[in-house]
Design a binder for this molecule. Structure first.
Ligand code: PLP
Length: 465
């Protein structure tokens, strides 16, 4: 830390935080007797808290965001320069970084064509939902309004995105929700026994899971279903990749019933899984792609809803219907800091070969965790893609009964005490947070990866013996 703060300043910060800040996803009761963690500074893979304690951050800012690591002067300089030129003008007009980043982004997304700027992942998803609803009115006589979403997937914290929320822990107590959002089953191979499908091989299960989506479309009536929204690798639902054959079949079903395919890349987007976008591993062509966290690695708030020229064209006629265009705005979609930061972020990923590093370090982390799985029977499954990895903890490998989330939290806390910040997830069922999760910055070295898995090894030994 650079020592700019003295102890008195820090005491004031902690007491102001305790008195006035409402932290996200946090039960505040423990702060009545203890202090919240305040993160003061970050550099590369490391952050420091108010007590000067150093941590290796294995989750890129807790929620899979800071893909290029902390303290990037080039991004700060680009944002500063842009702000001094012009900080803001609504996206009803264009901007230099907005135009240049859109062009750069589309270069990485063959088949896509138009970028709509907004400021959070939830909002980007809502833009796509609104387009689906408007297309239903423009093209299908108001009928194809239903949006399918998957059990275990998460698309945001607003009421509309929670209406498409497959994680019951997140949605409990917040209903009623918006109509015409319909849940379809997930494709989680590790828990296929819960669907009575344990006899199927991976590829057979992949196909069956996709077929289950078709069944829902047929049940609802294909003429009522406008879109299917999916995470390429499910994040908060437990870090889940689909089995072989799943995506091809999903795409086939969408084409067959004229259902638009919306891929939510809010977590996977911009390098997290070793390709620019998660869907690019599977050779599919979406109609909408939404992204947020890694777009500017958290250096500025920016999210994008990206679509095809075909969708864009539907909103581009000059007929007498004055409601014909996309009547939507996001005030802060006009902040120029976002695309200025995003351009630099992308340049860094390219010039430093971070996609390649992500793949290599992801392979190393998976291998390390597989070794831990041999040693600790509590690890039931290790899974993921690139530097987006989960280790699911179970009481018994045969029954796959989940470890209680309070015990899982002890593992996370012990890693924290060792100076390594890891996460835990799986909010699909209340009380089910039994999956340790790892998403270090794409700059991670072999030593960083080994330090993270060593800390997990120690913590598992301490908590489970
Ligand atoms: N979609 C996915 C897959 C996410 O994981 C998240 C947030 O974690 C969101 C959407 C919502 O993004 P935001 O918190 O920026 O609104």
């Amino acid at each position: 830390m650079d020592g700019n703060f003295n102890d008195n300043d820090l005491e004031k910060v902690v007491s102001a935080d305790k008195a006035h800040v409402w932290h996200h996803l946090t039960q505040h009761k423990p702060f009545e007797t203890g202090d919240p963690r305040i993160i003061i500074e970050g550099k590369g893979m490391r952050v420091w808290d108010q007590n000067g304690k150093e941590y290796l951050d294995a989750v890129s800012g807790a929620v899979w965001t800071v893909n290029v690591g902390y303290g990037r002067k080039a991004i700060a300089d680009a944002v500063h320069e842009q702000m001094m030129k012009i900080c803001y003008f609504a996206q009803t007009a264009g901007s230099i970084p907005g135009s240049l980043f859109a062009e750069k982004l589309i270069e990485k997304m063959p088949g896509m064509s138009r970028v709509y700027y907004t400021n959070s992942g939830s909002e980007a998803n809502e833009k796509a939902f609104k387009l689906v609803r408007q297309i239903a009115h423009k093209k299908y006589g108001g009928k194809k309004t239903k949006i399918l979403y998957r059990d275990r997937d998460y698309h945001g914290s607003t009421l509309a995105t929670m209406s498409a929320g497959g994680q019951d822990e997140r949605t409990a107590q917040y209903g009623p929700f918006a109509p015409d959002f319909v849940r379809v089953p997930h494709c989680m191979e590790y828990r296929k026994h819960e669907l009575g499908l344990e006899h199927l091989s991976g590829a057979e299960f992949g196909r069956a899971a996709a077929d289950a989506i078709e069944e829902v479309i047929l049940r609802e009536g294909p003429e009522t279903v406008g879109a299917l929204c999916l995470e390429p690798v499910t994040a908060g639902g437990g870090v889940i990749e689909a089995p072989e054959g799943y995506w091809e079949r999903v795409e086939e079903i969408c084409k067959k019933y004229e259902v638009l395919l919306h891929i939510d890349e809010v977590v996977c987007g911009v390098g997290r899984t070793g390709t620019w976008f998660g869907y690019q591993h599977y050779g599919i062509k979406p109609d909408f792609v939404t992204m947020a966290k890694g777009v500017a690695s958290g250096y500025a708030a920016i999210a994008c809803m990206v679509t095809t020229e075909e969708v864009f064209d539907m909103f581009k006629d000059d007929s007498s219907d004055h409601l014909n265009y996309f009547r939507d705005i996001s005030t802060f979609g006009g902040c120029t800091a976002g695309p200025a930061a995003a351009l630099e972020n992308m340049r860094i990923i390219e010039e430093e070969g971070l996609l390649e590093n992500c793949t290599a370090m992801g392979t190393r982390m998976m291998a390390n965790l597989e070794v831990l799985k041999e040693k600790h029977s509590v690890i039931g499954d290790v899974r993921g893609k690139g530097l987006f990895i989960g280790a699911e903890l179970v009481v018994d490998r045969d029954t796959k009964e989940p470890v209680d989330e309070k015990i899982c939290a002890q593992v996370v806390a012990d890693c924290g005490a060792q100076g390594v910040i890891i996460g835990m997830t799986n909010r699909s069922i209340p009380g089910r947070n039994n999956t340790l999760c790892f998403s270090p910055a794409l700059i991670a070295t072999a030593d960083d990866i080994d330090a993270i898995t060593d800390a997990v090894d120690n913590a598992l030994t301490k908590v489970f013996g």
